[in-house]
Ligand binder design. Sequence first.
Ligand SMILES: [Zn+2]
Length: 102
Amino acid sequence: MDCKEIQKWYIPFIDDELSPKELAAFLEHLDTCQDCREEYDIYYMMFTGIRHLEQDPVKGSVWIDSGQKLGYAAEYLKRCRRRHWIKLMALGALCVGILFLL
Ligand SMILES: [Zn+2]
């Protein structure tokens, strides 16, 4: 995964539109590439800053910074992976159960 591809994902990442696979690649790259991490921070600040200003102040929204956003994404990814394993184990248990019935 090179920097140019990662840069295309800044906005989809901020909008929570990346698939778990893309998200994993994105987070891994930002962990190891200081340039992209800094650029992401700038994008995040500009993009969410503008949105925050445009939003109805009565509704209100919780402002999280770019680092927190990455943290939440990593947690989300962990949950996805756990869910994936639970599904696999449930499927395995089901297969074993069916085998016993036969
Ligand atoms: Zn990079």
